[in-house]
Design a protein around this ligand. Structure first.
Ligand code: FES
Length: 351
Protein backbone atom coordinates (compact mmCIF):
# COMPACT_ATOMS: atom_id res chain seq x y z
CA UNK A 1 0.00 0.00 0.00
CA UNK A 2 1.27 3.49 -0.87
CA UNK A 3 1.98 6.10 1.84
CA UNK A 4 -0.62 8.86 2.27
CA UNK A 5 0.74 12.22 1.05
CA UNK A 6 0.51 15.44 3.06
CA UNK A 7 -1.93 17.50 0.96
CA UNK A 8 -1.65 20.42 3.42
CA UNK A 9 -0.11 20.69 6.88
CA UNK A 10 -3.33 22.16 8.33
CA UNK A 11 -6.96 21.01 8.33
CA UNK A 12 -9.61 22.46 5.98
CA UNK A 13 -12.58 24.25 7.52
CA UNK A 14 -15.68 23.01 5.69
CA UNK A 15 -19.36 23.81 6.16
CA UNK A 16 -21.30 20.64 5.36
CA UNK A 17 -24.83 20.49 3.93
CA UNK A 18 -27.94 19.02 5.46
CA UNK A 19 -27.80 16.50 8.30
CA UNK A 20 -27.25 12.99 6.91
CA UNK A 21 -25.69 14.06 3.62
CA UNK A 22 -22.69 11.82 2.83
CA UNK A 23 -19.19 12.83 1.75
CA UNK A 24 -16.04 10.95 0.71
CA UNK A 25 -12.89 12.23 2.46
CA UNK A 26 -9.58 11.82 0.63
CA UNK A 27 -7.32 9.51 2.68
CA UNK A 28 -4.47 9.22 0.17
CA UNK A 29 -3.62 12.94 -0.09
CA UNK A 30 -3.57 12.84 -3.89
CA UNK A 31 -6.97 14.40 -4.65
CA UNK A 32 -7.02 17.76 -6.40
CA UNK A 33 -10.32 18.58 -4.62
CA UNK A 34 -9.09 18.48 -0.97
CA UNK A 35 -10.31 17.47 1.47
CA UNK A 36 -12.67 15.39 -0.67
CA UNK A 37 -11.93 12.39 -2.92
CA UNK A 38 -11.62 12.86 -6.68
CA UNK A 39 -10.74 9.24 -7.46
CA UNK A 40 -6.95 9.79 -7.48
CA UNK A 41 -6.46 6.99 -4.90
CA UNK A 42 -6.87 4.34 -7.61
CA UNK A 43 -3.90 1.98 -7.49
CA UNK A 44 -2.62 3.24 -4.10
CA UNK A 45 -4.45 0.65 -2.00
CA UNK A 46 -5.91 3.50 0.09
CA UNK A 47 -9.66 4.00 0.15
CA UNK A 48 -11.55 7.23 0.88
CA UNK A 49 -13.56 7.49 4.12
CA UNK A 50 -17.29 8.03 3.68
CA UNK A 51 -18.93 10.08 6.44
CA UNK A 52 -22.17 12.00 7.02
CA UNK A 53 -22.99 15.49 8.25
CA UNK A 54 -24.13 15.19 11.91
CA UNK A 55 -26.21 18.39 11.82
CA UNK A 56 -27.50 20.87 9.24
CA UNK A 57 -24.69 23.20 8.17
CA UNK A 58 -22.15 21.51 10.47
CA UNK A 59 -18.73 23.23 10.52
CA UNK A 60 -15.91 20.70 10.62
CA UNK A 61 -12.12 20.69 10.39
CA UNK A 62 -11.24 17.89 7.99
CA UNK A 63 -7.71 16.50 8.06
CA UNK A 64 -5.55 17.40 5.07
CA UNK A 65 -2.24 16.04 6.40
CA UNK A 66 -3.73 12.53 6.27
CA UNK A 67 -2.09 11.60 9.61
CA UNK A 68 -5.19 11.95 11.81
CA UNK A 69 -6.18 9.05 14.07
CA UNK A 70 -9.80 10.18 13.90
CA UNK A 71 -10.52 10.32 10.16
CA UNK A 72 -11.93 12.34 8.54
CA UNK A 73 -11.60 14.90 11.37
CA UNK A 74 -8.37 16.68 12.33
CA UNK A 75 -7.01 15.51 15.71
CA UNK A 76 -3.99 17.84 15.81
CA UNK A 77 -1.54 15.25 14.43
CA UNK A 78 -0.42 17.84 11.87
CA UNK A 79 1.50 19.59 14.68
CA UNK A 80 3.90 16.64 14.80
CA UNK A 81 4.90 16.93 11.13
CA UNK A 82 7.78 19.21 12.11
CA UNK A 83 10.17 19.44 15.09
CA UNK A 84 9.18 23.04 15.70
CA UNK A 85 5.70 24.52 16.04
CA UNK A 86 4.69 26.67 13.05
CA UNK A 87 6.18 30.12 13.69
CA UNK A 88 5.25 33.49 12.24
CA UNK A 89 7.15 33.98 8.98
CA UNK A 90 9.57 36.82 8.26
CA UNK A 91 6.92 38.32 5.94
CA UNK A 92 4.33 38.23 8.74
CA UNK A 93 6.78 39.82 11.17
CA UNK A 94 7.66 42.58 8.66
CA UNK A 95 3.99 43.27 7.83
CA UNK A 96 3.14 43.72 11.52
CA UNK A 97 6.32 45.50 12.68
CA UNK A 98 4.64 48.94 12.87
CA UNK A 99 1.55 47.85 14.80
CA UNK A 100 1.57 49.85 18.07
CA UNK A 101 1.02 48.22 21.43
CA UNK A 102 -2.64 48.56 22.52
CA UNK A 103 -2.76 50.18 25.97
CA UNK A 104 -5.09 48.90 28.68
CA UNK A 105 -8.13 51.07 29.38
CA UNK A 106 -9.87 50.16 32.63
CA UNK A 107 -7.70 47.06 32.91
CA UNK A 108 -8.54 45.77 29.42
CA UNK A 109 -6.63 46.01 26.12
CA UNK A 110 -9.14 45.48 23.32
CA UNK A 111 -7.81 43.69 20.21
CA UNK A 112 -9.53 42.72 16.94
CA UNK A 113 -12.88 40.93 16.79
CA UNK A 114 -13.66 41.35 20.49
CA UNK A 115 -10.48 39.58 21.66
CA UNK A 116 -8.80 41.22 24.66
CA UNK A 117 -6.16 41.02 27.35
CA UNK A 118 -7.36 41.80 30.88
CA UNK A 119 -5.32 42.44 34.02
CA UNK A 120 -7.73 41.45 36.80
CA UNK A 121 -8.28 44.19 39.39
CA UNK A 122 -8.72 42.06 42.50
CA UNK A 123 -9.60 45.13 44.61
CA UNK A 124 -12.98 45.30 42.81
CA UNK A 125 -14.08 41.72 43.66
CA UNK A 126 -17.53 41.28 45.21
CA UNK A 127 -17.61 39.67 48.64
CA UNK A 128 -20.37 37.24 49.61
CA UNK A 129 -20.57 34.10 51.73
CA UNK A 130 -16.81 34.07 52.37
CA UNK A 131 -16.06 34.24 48.65
CA UNK A 132 -14.37 37.08 46.72
CA UNK A 133 -15.81 36.91 43.20
CA UNK A 134 -14.43 38.83 40.23
CA UNK A 135 -15.88 38.53 36.71
CA UNK A 136 -13.08 38.24 34.13
CA UNK A 137 -14.91 37.24 30.91
CA UNK A 138 -18.70 37.44 30.63
CA UNK A 139 -21.42 38.14 28.06
CA UNK A 140 -20.82 41.86 28.76
CA UNK A 141 -17.42 41.34 27.11
CA UNK A 142 -19.00 39.64 24.08
CA UNK A 143 -18.44 36.05 25.20
CA UNK A 144 -21.08 33.73 23.79
CA UNK A 145 -20.11 30.24 24.93
CA UNK A 146 -18.38 30.59 28.30
CA UNK A 147 -17.75 32.85 31.28
CA UNK A 148 -14.66 33.12 33.47
CA UNK A 149 -14.60 34.21 37.13
CA UNK A 150 -11.74 34.58 39.61
CA UNK A 151 -12.77 33.16 43.00
CA UNK A 152 -10.92 33.55 46.27
CA UNK A 153 -11.56 31.66 49.50
CA UNK A 154 -9.88 32.01 52.91
CA UNK A 155 -9.42 29.66 55.86
CA UNK A 156 -13.05 29.86 57.01
CA UNK A 157 -15.26 27.51 54.98
CA UNK A 158 -17.30 29.45 52.44
CA UNK A 159 -21.02 29.29 51.80
CA UNK A 160 -22.06 27.14 48.82
CA UNK A 161 -21.62 28.64 45.37
CA UNK A 162 -23.95 27.47 42.60
CA UNK A 163 -23.48 27.75 38.85
CA UNK A 164 -26.99 26.94 37.65
CA UNK A 165 -27.12 24.63 34.65
CA UNK A 166 -23.59 25.46 33.51
CA UNK A 167 -20.82 22.87 33.60
CA UNK A 168 -17.93 24.38 35.57
CA UNK A 169 -14.22 23.72 35.47
CA UNK A 170 -11.92 25.18 38.17
CA UNK A 171 -8.21 25.87 37.87
CA UNK A 172 -6.36 26.26 41.19
CA UNK A 173 -4.04 29.21 40.57
CA UNK A 174 -2.78 29.48 44.17
CA UNK A 175 -3.24 27.97 47.62
CA UNK A 176 -3.84 24.57 49.15
CA UNK A 177 -7.09 23.51 50.78
CA UNK A 178 -10.32 21.65 50.27
CA UNK A 179 -12.99 22.16 47.63
CA UNK A 180 -16.25 20.40 48.43
CA UNK A 181 -18.35 19.55 45.39
CA UNK A 182 -21.96 18.98 46.52
CA UNK A 183 -21.16 16.94 49.69
CA UNK A 184 -17.85 15.43 48.53
CA UNK A 185 -14.58 17.02 49.83
CA UNK A 186 -11.50 17.04 47.58
CA UNK A 187 -8.03 18.21 48.71
CA UNK A 188 -6.52 20.50 46.08
CA UNK A 189 -3.11 21.99 45.30
CA UNK A 190 -1.91 24.69 42.89
CA UNK A 191 -2.23 23.88 39.19
CA UNK A 192 -4.87 21.22 39.69
CA UNK A 193 -8.10 21.21 37.68
CA UNK A 194 -11.55 20.37 39.09
CA UNK A 195 -14.68 19.35 37.28
CA UNK A 196 -18.07 20.46 38.65
CA UNK A 197 -21.09 18.90 36.95
CA UNK A 198 -24.15 20.93 36.00
CA UNK A 199 -26.38 21.52 39.05
CA UNK A 200 -23.65 20.86 41.65
CA UNK A 201 -22.42 23.62 44.00
CA UNK A 202 -19.02 24.11 45.64
CA UNK A 203 -17.64 25.25 48.97
CA UNK A 204 -13.98 25.93 49.72
CA UNK A 205 -11.60 26.39 52.66
CA UNK A 206 -7.91 27.23 52.37
CA UNK A 207 -5.27 25.55 54.57
CA UNK A 208 -3.21 28.74 54.82
CA UNK A 209 -2.93 31.56 52.32
CA UNK A 210 -6.12 32.26 50.35
CA UNK A 211 -7.00 29.82 47.63
CA UNK A 212 -7.42 31.38 44.16
CA UNK A 213 -9.58 29.53 41.67
CA UNK A 214 -10.43 30.45 38.09
CA UNK A 215 -13.90 29.11 37.25
CA UNK A 216 -14.84 28.60 33.60
CA UNK A 217 -18.60 28.14 33.25
CA UNK A 218 -20.29 26.96 30.08
CA UNK A 219 -22.81 29.51 28.85
CA UNK A 220 -21.83 33.17 28.91
CA UNK A 221 -24.89 34.26 30.93
CA UNK A 222 -24.30 31.92 33.89
CA UNK A 223 -23.19 33.73 37.04
CA UNK A 224 -21.87 32.12 40.23
CA UNK A 225 -24.58 32.39 42.89
CA UNK A 226 -23.35 32.57 46.50
CA UNK A 227 -25.58 30.78 48.99
CA UNK A 228 -27.13 28.53 46.36
CA UNK A 229 -26.50 24.92 47.38
CA UNK A 230 -28.42 21.77 46.65
CA UNK A 231 -27.75 19.43 43.79
CA UNK A 232 -26.49 15.96 44.70
CA UNK A 233 -22.99 14.78 43.78
CA UNK A 234 -23.08 13.11 40.36
CA UNK A 235 -21.43 9.77 41.13
CA UNK A 236 -21.26 8.78 37.46
CA UNK A 237 -18.01 10.83 37.33
CA UNK A 238 -16.29 10.18 40.71
CA UNK A 239 -12.80 11.53 39.84
CA UNK A 240 -12.97 15.31 39.92
CA UNK A 241 -9.45 16.54 40.64
CA UNK A 242 -6.70 16.21 38.08
CA UNK A 243 -3.16 17.43 38.78
CA UNK A 244 -0.15 18.03 36.62
CA UNK A 245 1.40 14.73 35.56
CA UNK A 246 4.43 14.80 33.24
CA UNK A 247 3.44 11.34 31.99
CA UNK A 248 0.25 12.84 30.54
CA UNK A 249 1.99 15.64 28.64
CA UNK A 250 1.26 15.82 24.94
CA UNK A 251 4.02 17.19 22.74
CA UNK A 252 3.09 19.68 20.05
CA UNK A 253 6.44 19.97 18.25
CA UNK A 254 8.62 21.98 20.70
CA UNK A 255 5.77 22.86 23.09
CA UNK A 256 3.72 20.81 25.57
CA UNK A 257 0.23 20.69 26.95
CA UNK A 258 -1.65 18.50 29.38
CA UNK A 259 -5.42 18.32 29.45
CA UNK A 260 -6.45 18.56 33.12
CA UNK A 261 -10.21 18.35 32.51
CA UNK A 262 -11.93 17.49 29.25
CA UNK A 263 -14.01 14.83 27.53
CA UNK A 264 -11.31 12.29 28.46
CA UNK A 265 -12.04 12.95 32.19
CA UNK A 266 -15.83 13.11 31.81
CA UNK A 267 -16.42 16.80 30.99
CA UNK A 268 -19.02 17.49 28.31
CA UNK A 269 -18.62 21.13 27.38
CA UNK A 270 -15.29 22.54 28.58
CA UNK A 271 -11.65 21.56 28.23
CA UNK A 272 -9.04 22.87 30.71
CA UNK A 273 -5.35 22.45 29.92
CA UNK A 274 -1.97 23.61 31.12
CA UNK A 275 0.80 24.27 28.66
CA UNK A 276 4.33 25.52 28.13
CA UNK A 277 5.73 27.37 25.16
CA UNK A 278 9.33 28.35 24.44
CA UNK A 279 10.46 31.84 23.38
CA UNK A 280 8.71 32.00 20.01
CA UNK A 281 5.90 33.64 18.06
CA UNK A 282 3.29 31.18 16.79
CA UNK A 283 2.07 31.45 13.21
CA UNK A 284 -1.34 33.16 13.13
CA UNK A 285 -4.11 30.57 13.47
CA UNK A 286 -7.75 30.10 14.51
CA UNK A 287 -9.78 27.67 16.62
CA UNK A 288 -13.42 26.69 16.37
CA UNK A 289 -13.78 27.17 20.12
CA UNK A 290 -14.05 30.23 22.39
CA UNK A 291 -11.03 30.37 24.69
CA UNK A 292 -9.53 31.99 27.78
CA UNK A 293 -5.81 31.85 28.57
CA UNK A 294 -4.39 32.64 32.03
CA UNK A 295 -0.68 33.52 31.95
CA UNK A 296 1.05 31.72 34.84
CA UNK A 297 4.65 32.72 34.10
CA UNK A 298 6.61 34.43 31.35
CA UNK A 299 6.01 37.60 29.37
CA UNK A 300 5.10 38.28 25.77
CA UNK A 301 2.31 39.67 23.64
CA UNK A 302 -0.93 38.58 22.02
CA UNK A 303 -1.32 39.45 18.34
CA UNK A 304 -4.49 39.64 16.29
CA UNK A 305 -4.77 40.84 12.66
CA UNK A 306 -3.98 44.48 13.30
CA UNK A 307 -3.35 44.81 17.03
CA UNK A 308 -1.12 43.53 19.80
CA UNK A 309 -1.13 43.77 23.60
CA UNK A 310 1.44 42.92 26.24
CA UNK A 311 0.79 39.89 28.46
CA UNK A 312 2.31 39.22 31.88
CA UNK A 313 1.76 36.66 34.66
CA UNK A 314 -1.78 37.05 36.04
CA UNK A 315 -3.22 38.45 32.80
CA UNK A 316 -6.11 36.73 31.05
CA UNK A 317 -6.59 36.60 27.27
CA UNK A 318 -10.03 36.13 25.73
CA UNK A 319 -10.35 34.82 22.16
CA UNK A 320 -13.72 34.54 20.39
CA UNK A 321 -14.33 31.57 18.06
CA UNK A 322 -12.46 31.81 14.75
CA UNK A 323 -10.45 34.87 15.85
CA UNK A 324 -7.08 34.94 14.07
CA UNK A 325 -4.37 35.19 16.73
CA UNK A 326 -0.80 34.45 17.63
CA UNK A 327 0.72 34.31 21.12
CA UNK A 328 4.32 35.43 21.33
CA UNK A 329 6.56 34.50 24.24
CA UNK A 330 9.48 36.93 24.60
CA UNK A 331 10.76 35.39 27.84
CA UNK A 332 13.99 33.35 27.55
CA UNK A 333 12.61 31.06 30.28
CA UNK A 334 9.46 30.37 28.25
CA UNK A 335 5.82 30.84 29.19
CA UNK A 336 3.45 28.68 31.24
CA UNK A 337 -0.29 29.08 30.82
CA UNK A 338 -3.66 27.55 31.69
CA UNK A 339 -6.30 27.59 28.98
CA UNK A 340 -9.98 26.74 28.98
CA UNK A 341 -12.30 26.52 26.02
CA UNK A 342 -15.80 25.66 24.93
CA UNK A 343 -16.94 23.52 23.14
CA UNK A 344 -14.60 20.89 24.57
CA UNK A 345 -12.02 19.17 22.40
CA UNK A 346 -8.28 19.10 21.80
CA UNK A 347 -6.11 22.21 22.26
CA UNK A 348 -3.95 20.87 19.41
CA UNK A 349 -6.65 21.45 16.78
CA UNK A 350 -6.11 24.73 14.98
CA UNK A 351 -6.47 25.96 11.43
S1 FES B 1 -4.67 18.30 9.38
FE1 FES B 1 -4.28 16.20 9.70
S2 FES B 1 -4.49 15.98 11.85
FE2 FES B 1 -4.83 18.09 11.52
Amino acid sequence: MAEPLVARAKPCLVTLGRKGRSYAWCACGRSATQPFCDGSHKGTGIEPVVFRARADGEEVLLCCCKRTRTPPYCDGSHNALSDSYAEASEDERRATADIPLTPQVGGKALLDGGAFVRTPDTATADEAGGWRILPIVTSADGAGLLSLYRLEAGRKATAPLGFGDGETVLFVAAGHGTVTIADRPFPVAPESGLHVRAGESIRAAADGDPMVLFATVSGSGTEPRPGVGGGAFDGTVPDRVHGVDPALRQAMADRFYQVLVGPETGAREITLFIGEIPRSRAAPHHHLYEETILILSGEGQMWTEGARAAVRPGDVIFLPRKQLHSLECTDPAGMRLAGSFCPAGSPAINY
